[in-house]
Write a protein that binds this ligand. Structure first.
Ligand SMILES: [Zn+2]
Length: 354
């Protein structure tokens, strides 16, 4: 893998933006980490998830209600990932290191390794956004072609139709296949020879064993194989579709840029401008979207300030927008969630044919 470099460290855009954002927090005397609103929201998602699990496994209702609860379980698990785990992983959940660690570890409760996530998401995706071979979020080959530099196969011309099936598989594959592949290869995209100490080895396997116990062994004993497979299938497919769609809408839509690192080993821009070119918001004004997606509808702000909790993004958005305008940069956004989904489908269509 070729060594990749940004062109310079900080453009005037980022120094200017940082000064304005710092001034905002200073003026309003606010901490950039999570607040009471976030902690109430976290309690809601975690309690709802646990209650739904208990209802399904120990007080299993009639089939239609059980199907509905399985969908809800999928939505609540995505909600924990977006609102609690994601901020925790970035260290923006709280000013307490321990609280951030606990929030980040909710991923392990949901079967994923927070150690692998930290490398995949915080280190690679947030640095080399939309760069082939470095950003693991656009690596869905051979099933999907998500970047212009990726090889086009004949069936990609239908990817705008079948992408839902792939997205539906992502969560269960993540837990049982992708994480484990990364563990044994000691590689995530361009990050090779990943070192795991004894604590990480134990944590990794403990996560998988506990998940298997809670989300397979106990339900199978209680419900039998058939009901387990139906319920678990609905749960993981719902989570997979929701997390894939929400993360993809920020980067793989019509207006976002992509970089082929072979053709451009020294990037044309610095890191911050690169984030502006590769990231897009959707439905920024919707409080409901912000509540449901943990601010992932405002990924422009998130990518520029990953260490600031998502609860502040609505207030940062006008500052970022104005700074972009002052520096001649286009602030990418889709007006609504629906518009972003349409744009993502059009992008998949284009990648499948061009
Ligand atoms: Zn992030």
């Amino acid at each position: 893998m070729a060594t990749l470099k940004f062109n310079g460290n900080a453009s005037t855009f980022y120094t200017d933006l940082k000064a304005r954002v710092d001034a905002y927090f200073l003026e309003h005397k606010i901490d950039p980490v999570g607040n009471a609103k976030l902690y109430v929201k976290s309690a809601f998602y975690v309690t709802s998830f646990i209650a739904t699990y208990i209802m399904l496994v120990f007080f299993t209702p009639s089939a239609p209600f059980a199907i509905l609860l399985s969908i809800m379980l999928g939505l609540f698990s995505a909600g924990i990932g977006f609102n609690v785990m994601h901020d925790g992983g970035h260290g923006s959940y709280s000013s307490s290191k321990t609280m951030n660690r606990i929030a980040a570890l909710t991923l392990n409760l949901l079967g994923g390794s927070s150690f692998m996530w930290n490398i995949k998401h915080n280190m690679l995706h947030h640095t080399w956004t939309n760069i082939e071979g470095h950003d693991d979020d656009i690596a869905a080959e051979p099933f999907l072609r998500l970047a212009p530099s990726q090889k086009k196969r004949f069936y990609h011309r239908f990817q705008h139709i079948y992408f839902f099936l792939i997205y539906g598989m992502t969560y269960v594959l993540w837990i049982y296949i992708l994480d484990i592949g990364k563990y044994f290869r000691k590689t995530i995209a361009s990050k090779e020879n990943i070192h795991l100490d004894l604590k990480t080895h134990i944590g990794f396997w403990l996560t998988k064993i506990i998940y298997l116990g809670i989300f397979a062994v106990i339900p199978i004993i209680r419900l039998g194989w058939v009901d387990f497979f139906i319920g678990y299938g609905i749960f993981v497919v719902t989570t997979g579709i929701v997390i894939s769609i929400i993360f993809q809408l920020a980067h793989t839509v019509e207006d976002t840029s992509f970089v082929d690192p072979i053709a451009t080993p020294v990037l044309e821009n610095d890191w911050a401008v690169h984030q502006i070119l590769t990231t897009s918001n959707f439905g920024s004004r919707s409080k409901l979207l912000s509540f449901l997606t943990g601010g992932l509808n405002q990924q422009v702000e998130h990518h520029l300030f990953p260490k600031i909790s998502h609860v502040h993004y609505p207030e940062l958005s006008p500052i970022v927008k104005a700074t972009c305008a002052d520096h001649g940069l286009v602030y990418l956004e889709q007006p609504t969630f629906f518009a972003a989904v349409v744009s993502h489908i059009k992008y998949l269509y284009r990648m499948g044919r061009e």
